[in-house]
Design a protein around this ligand. Structure first.
Ligand code: PEP
Ligand code: MN
Length: 342
C-alpha cells in the first residue's frame, strides 16, 4: 500500500501520516520524490484499512501496490533515486546524469599493492576505490582476504589519495567493520539472497552496493533490494555482474538487457561490473563501452598493476594504462547519450 501526499503537504503532515501508519502496527517509509512524497507501508500481510489515512490532511489517496517489491518500485517514486557518496575528493553520484566509476583491486593484498593501484585510479580521475578485505572464495584454500587489517589499509587509501572506499561485507561481523571503515557496503553475488545479511545492511547508515546473484532473476534481484530498503536504508545501488549460463567463452554472461529492464521497474541506480561479468581482461573494455551505451549508471572495474601475481581475479583485472583508456572512452560515449562522468 502506498499513501500519496499532496505536493504541498508539509513535513508535519507527512510525519502525522507516518505516525498513524505505525500506530496501526505497520512500518512507514516516507520516500520524497521530485513532485511529491509517497509513503510506503510495509509489514502488512493482508489489506490495510485505508479509511483513517485517506481523511488525514495532506493525503491525496491510498493506492495498492500490486508488485511483490514495493519500495524499489517506480510506483512509489517515479523519478530516479540519486545515491550520493561524499568522498574527500568530491561527491560521487549514481542515478543522476553523471556516471560513477568504482575501480580498484579485487582483493587487498598488501599496502604497497593497494597504494600502487590507488594512485593510478586517482590519476585517471577515479573517486571511488574498491578492494576486498573479506573475500568470498569458491575454495576455502584460496586467499580469504586480510580482514580488518585490509580495511585499515583502505582507510589509509582514503586518507592519502582522497578516494572513497567500497568494500564487501560477507556476514554480520564483517558488516559492522565495513560500516565503520568504508563509504559504501558491497554485498556480493553469493550473498544476494542472504536475507539476514540484507536486513542487517538495511539497518546500516551507509549506501549499499548490491550485486546480482549468480543465477538471480530480475524479480529476485529487486526483492533482495527490497529487503535492504524494508529496514529503512534507501541508498541502494544495484550491480549487474553477469549470470551463469551454458556459455563457457566467458566466466559469466553479462546481461546488459537487465539495465533497461531494471530502469523501467525501479527508481534505483544500476551499474555494471564487466570484470566479473566476463572474467577476461580483453573483454572488459568492450563491455564497459556497451554498458555506458545501454544506459548504466556506473561501472565497477577491477584493476591490477601486476595481474599475473594477483591473489584473486588476476585474469579479469585490467592494467592501469587500460583503465586510463576505459575512462576516456566511457566519457566520450557518455557524452553521446547526454551524460557525463562523475
Ligand atoms: C568482487 O566484487 O570481488 C566479487 C567477489 O564479486 P561478485 O560478488 O560479483 O562475485
Ligand atoms: Mn573479484
Amino acid at each position: 500500500m502506498l499513501v500519496v501526499m499532496q505536493s504541498q503537504a508539509t513535513e508535519a503532515q507527512v510525519r502525522a501520516v507516518c505516525e498513524q501508519i505505525e500506530s496501526l502496527g505497520f512500518r512507514a517509509h516516507p520516500i520524497p520524490g521530485e513532485g511529491r512524497t509517497a509513503i510506503g507501508i510495509t509489514g502488512n500481510s493482508g489489506t490495510v484499512d485505508t479509511g483513517s489515512l485517506e481523511s488525514m490532511p495532506g493525503v491525496v489517496e491510498c493506492i495498492p501496490v500490486s508488485k511483490p517489491y514495493k519500495l524499489v518500485s517506480r510506483d512509489i517514486k517515479s523519478d530516479n533515486t540519486i545515491v550520493r557518496i561524499p568522498t574527500p575528493c568530491g561527491e560521487v553520484t549514481f542515478g543522476g546524469k553523471a556516471i560513477g566509476i568504482v575501480a580498484g583491486t579485487c582483493a587487498v593484498e598488501t599496502r604497497e599493492q593497494v597504494f600502487a593501484i590507488a594512485e593510478r585510479i586517482r590519476t585517471a580521475g577515479g573517486r571511488l576505490f574498491r578492494g576486498g578485505a573479506f573475500k568470498p572464495r569458491t575454495s576455502p584454500y584460496s586467499f580469504q582476504g586480510l580482514g580488518e587489517e585490509g580495511l585499515k589499509i583502505l582507510a589509509e587509501v582514503r586518507e592519502r589519495f582522497g578516494l572513497g572506499i567500497v568494500t564487501e561485507a560477507v556476514d554480520d561481523d564483517s558488516l559492522d567493520l565495513v560500516e565503520k571503515y568504508a563509504d559504501v557496503i558491497q554485498l556480493g553475488a553469493r550473498n544476494m539472497q542472504n536475507f539476514s545479511l540484507l536486513k542487517r545492511a538495511g539497518r546500516a547508515r551507509k549506501p549499499v552496493l548490491l550485486k546480482r546473484g549468480l543465477a538471480a532473476t530480475l524479480d529476485e534481484f529487486l526483492m533482495a533490494a527490497e529487503y535492504v530498503m524494508s529496514e529503512g536504508n534507501y541508498q541502494v545501488i544495484l550491480c549487474e555482474r553477469g549470470i551463469r549460463t551454458f556459455a563457457d567463452h566467458t566466466r559469466n554472461t553479462l546481461d546488459l538487457s537487465v539495465i533497461p529492464a531494471v530502469q523501467r521497474l525501479s527508481h534505483l541506480p544500476i551499474i555494471v561490473d564487466p570484470s566479473h561479468g566476463t572474467g577476461r581482461r580483453n573483454k572488459v573494455l568492450p563491455l564497459s563501452r556497451a554498458a555506458v551505451a545501454v544506459g548504466a549508471d556506473g561501472l565497477l572495474i577491477e584493476v591490477h598493476h601486476d595481474p599475473s601475481h594477483a591473489l584473486s581475479d588476476g585474469p579479469q583485472s585490467i592494467l592501469p594504462d587500460e583503465f586510463d583508456r576505459l575512462v576516456r572512452e566511457a566519457r566520450d560515449i557518455a557524452a553521446i547519450i547526454g551524460r557525463t562522468l562523475n
